[in-house]
Design a protein around this ligand. Sequence first.
Ligand code: FE2
Ligand code: FE2
Length: 178
Amino acid sequence: MAGAHLSDIQTLRRRAREHIAQGAVTPGYQADREVVIKLLNEALATEWVCTLRYKRHYFMAKGIHAETVAAEFLEHAQEEQQHADQIAHRIVQLGGEPDLSPDGLSSRSHAEYIEGDTLEEMIREDLVAERIAIDSYREMIAYIGEGDPTSRRLMEEILAKEEEHADDLANLLEDLAR
Ligand SMILES: [Fe+2]
Ligand SMILES: [Fe+2]
């Protein structure tokens, strides 16, 4: 494979001893760390905004279908919260700081916080937000490429979950239309 190269064990050990304070970030780290941290912080804001939106929808769900839909909203809220925590952990591992400031949270987020009046509007807004997250995470994964396999894998796992969420919401919309 062109460009592929395996370092000998002495080189790996020497490099591991250099810059010990950088923790998980070794000299072999191929990505632009600052950019990856910035992208992860945007994903972190997105996950928080999604958590808050799903929580709002969970508490506000009304109507004959409310119970099933509310349960789905709550599950999604909990999963977005978990994503946020995983992303924050990774930012710290990379030597960055998770930006959890509520100021500007919604402008750092890719997805929006839209309350919606009816159950159907809520589901529709959640579906739009999931589709935004899906597109932006897919771009992030492509950007990271081989440069940082751990961050890439994390975002791939989260992306798969967002696709599940979008699918759940599309099914809920169909059920409501019946
Ligand atoms: Fe998420
Ligand atoms: Fe999601």
